[in-house]
Structure formats: structure tokens, C-alpha cells
Design a protein around this ligand. Sequence first.
Ligand SMILES: NC(=O)C1=CN([C@@H]2O[C@H](COP(=O)(O)OP(=O)(O)OC[C@H]3O[C@@H](n4cnc5c(N)ncnc54)[C@H](OP(=O)(O)O)[C@@H]3O)[C@@H](O)[C@H]2O)C=CC1
Ligand SMILES: O=C(O)C1=N[C@H](C(=O)O)C[C@H](O)C1
Length: 249
Amino acid sequence: MLKIIIQGISGKMGKTLYRIISEGKEHKVVAGISRSNAMLDIPIYHNLNEVKEKADVCIDFSNHSAVTGLLESAVKKKLPLVICTTGFTDDEMAAINDASKIIPVFQSFNTSIGVAATESLVSLAARLLRNFDVEIVEAHHNQKMDSPSGTAIMLARAIRDNTPEKNILKYGRYGHESREKNEIGIHSIRGGSIIGEHTVIFAGEGEMIEIKHTSLSRDIFAIGAIRAAEFIVNKVPGLYSMKDLLEEA
Ligand SMILES: NC(=O)C1=CN([C@@H]2O[C@H](COP(=O)(O)OP(=O)(O)OC[C@H]3O[C@@H](n4cnc5c(N)ncnc54)[C@H](OP(=O)(O)O)[C@@H]3O)[C@@H](O)[C@H]2O)C=CC1
Ligand SMILES: O=C(O)C1=N[C@H](C(=O)O)C[C@H](O)C1
């Protein structure tokens, strides 16, 4: 049984994760981190530094701006981290990388197994369809703070890694400018309660292929985050991803 701390416990994902862990009874949430009053029957703290309970791992679904403090405290406590938050700046990503030299850190913009499979399919399609134009369209709920989604960035990187000539990430289009061959277009839609949709369009002359993932429930992210926690607890320091988890499975 893992003793788990959840950062962002009062948010949409934090609540989902808390429910799934509590229902599963395999692991235990020993504390939550929230700046507001999360009405739960476990101790709630404002940051990881304050947490008194002993834990095996902390899972983070909060906000990019909270990551620096989280990393500092986790390094001090030698606590493995599963970072599921998105929207990091380059400096914040560098801080995650630095911390992973001291503690095990699992970082993924999307912990669903289906998206991990989508990434592999998109990588293969990129290699097979080198001359096709590639555009990514993502759609999320109207409360999402970051655009484009972390998953869209991850998919764009997978395409670029497999077709290095596509080296420009083009965020949206407006005005009088034709499309360049080396662009990967990325477009964000925000509305209502859409949980998450990612479509990668490969458009050629006279034909097009779409690879699409639709999240029908937030549970898929929570289940993947728990698998990530189980995967990381006994690892040596390093930066781990869904690829590492699936390779070991
Ligand atoms: N990797 C994955 O598979 C997935 C990742 N995500 C990502 O997880 C994150 C959270 O998503 P979601 O739960 O929908 O968002 P919510 O806005 O519903 O929840 C985020 C919570 O984080 C807390 N928070 C916000 N800002 C800060 C801050 N500066 N410091 C500390 N805590 C803060 C807030 O709680 P309070 O105000 O109480 O502190 C808030 O309730 C997002 O970045 C999202 O993109 C989402 C789904 C899947
Ligand atoms: O904020 C969300 O909701 C989601 N965020 C992640 C992202 O930015 O890719 C993952 C998922 O699509 C839901």
C-alpha cells in the first residue's frame, strides 16, 4: 500500500484522484495540498513543506506556478514525485529536470494509456507520411488555464522527432499568410465541459488521415497517475515518462 499526498486536491483532477484511490482501497491518501478549504476527512496543508504525515509519493495536479516550491520540498524530503500538471515555462521544465537528478520524478502531460498509444500511432504516421501537412486540433473545457494543451505539445514534439524537417510549431492562424511546408499547426478550442480531445490531421494531395483521441472521463488520467506512482516509488533518481512505464509493463 502506498501512502500518497495529492497536490491540487480541491481541483477537478485532485478530487477525481482522491475518489479513485479511496474507492480502490489498495493505496491511501494521507494528506492533501490546497490553498483553499478542501472539505475532506484527511489533513490539508498549503504546501508540501508543511505536510507532517509520512508518505511514499506525491502526485501533483495543480498549476505550473506551484512546481518550483513543490520540487524544493520534495528534494528536501527525498520524496518521489508524479507531476501531471501542464503549462510549464522553460525554466520550470529545467527545474523539474534538475530535481530529477536527486529524486525520482515521473512527468507526463497526459497519463491516459490511450494517449500514450496515440503518441505511438502519430509517430508512425509522421514517418510514413513525410510530405503530408500536419495540423493538431485540441479541445478542452472552458476553465482550462493553459493553451495549447500539454498533450498537443507532446504530440507535436513526437511528430517533430520523427520528421525533423517539420521544425516550426505554428500556434493558430490569422491574416494573410500561406502555410509553410515545415510547419506543424496547433489549434485550441475551449468550451463547456469538454474533458479533452486531440486530433492530429495528416493532409496530403487528394487524401487526409485523422488520428483522434477522446477522453470520456477524468478517471483515465487518475488511473494512469496511480500506475505512475506505483512505478516510480522504488526507482533511482531520474526523469521518467509514460514510455518508461509502458516499456516496463
Ligand atoms: N497529466 C494528465 O493526464 C492531466 C493533466 N491535467 C493538468 O492538471 C492540472 C490541474 O487540472 P484540473 O484539476 O483540471 O484543474 P483545476 O483548476 O480544477 O484544479 C487545480 C487546483 O490546483 C490548485 N492551484 C491552482 N493554482 C495553484 C498554485 N499557484 N499553487 C498551488 N495550488 C494551486 C487549486 O486549488 P486551490 O486553489 O485550493 O489551491 C486548484 O483547485 C492542469 O495543469 C491540467 O492541465 C489535467 C488532466 C489530466
Ligand atoms: O486541463 C485538462 O483538463 C487536461 N489537461 C491535459 C493537457 O493539457 O494536455 C491533459 C488532458 O487533455 C486534460
